[in-house]
Ligand binder design. Sequence first.
Ligand code: HSE
Length: 428
Amino acid sequence: MKPVKVGLLGLGTVGTGVVRIVEGNQEDLSSQVGSPILIERIAVKNTEKPREIEVDPSKITDDPWEVIRDPEIDVIVEVMGGIAGTKEYILEALERGKHIVTANKDLMALHGSEILAKAQEKQCDVFYEASVAGGIPIIRTLIEGFSSDKIMKIMGIVNGTTNYILSKMSQEGASYLDVLKEAQELGYAESDPTSDVEGLDAARKMAILGTLGFRTNVELSDVSVSGISGVSKEDIAFAKRLGYEMKLLGIAERQDEEFSISVQPTMIRASHPIASVNGVYNAVYVYGQAVGETMFYGAGAGAMPTATSIVADLVAVIKNLKLGVNGLKQIVPYKQKKLKSDEDIFYKNFLLLHVDDKAGVLAKITQVFAEYDVSLDSVVQQANTNNPDAEIIIVTHNASKASMNKVMRHLEQLNVIHRIKSHYRVEG
Ligand code: HSE
């Protein structure tokens, strides 16, 4: 049987995992697709670099265009990362009728609609399962598993680095900076951790999940983002005392046909299944109108989990190739985009305030909430052993984001409040 020929762009940890799975599981894979799968060419940055796996040197090039232009190659697997240059390679490969498997969330979040439109024009597949939550088959699940349902909510822990940091802070009472340093030493966090800790990586993944879940074109700029660099060990201790865990949650919610999407450190009720997802693991909780609650858990990164998703995509492309149906299963968003305004986004809030410890202060503060019609769930005051301030912890009932913005602006003007120490979204 004629082999299906694959061009690999990138041979780093994930690319190495792809070669290992394709070669190691060849018998099983070729039985599934009906022909051998051959990694024909590999583009790398440095051809001299020593590799963990043995690769025939004649397959290796440092020019990705050689791979893209090779007429023998049917499918391009892109694991080199990057945005502008990589987009050019992928668009040119599609122009030449090659199918694409990519792990590139940055590219898909920023240019997914252009790439998918080109794929449709050329009747090619573009699969990107590994771009969100590495080894968890969440993209296929949203496209196929939920095709009969209406997804109302997606909550994701889709960034392993921040989940590792917050889990350690919660379990060991450690500070953000200490755990970040440890995560960098262990290789979990990058030397420049900005994209992970400030929520950008998670926002890109949530834009992809939102697009698929709500079948509308969710762009990165639709996602409101805040990261974990301001989360203190005291915040986490308060969260635990109130029965919550702190997680960097991506939350995409739909009501009628309008949706909101955000990434922020969130206090989630400890009994919620996603609250117990710790360490570098990822999880995606999906609430479907008909099915109710579901949750998908697993490794969000790492060579072999990510490679598993990539090779599964490769199998899907080749099965389509055999059936002659490539390019027919793309989800091109078909719903008009309707973003909720801040008046229509509701959630509970946690606030920690440092205030004067004297008569009438609490009344002045609660008056502000009443003025903007924000109802309170609980108010607790405690003495602070480190300074003469009192600490006031306030948890609201569901309140609109717009009302809470007004409350926050007003609280900032109150001179009895020395500091608004923390403000978090509360779920569950
Ligand atoms: N930097 C990501 C994370 C892994 O920490 O989850 C790749 O998406």
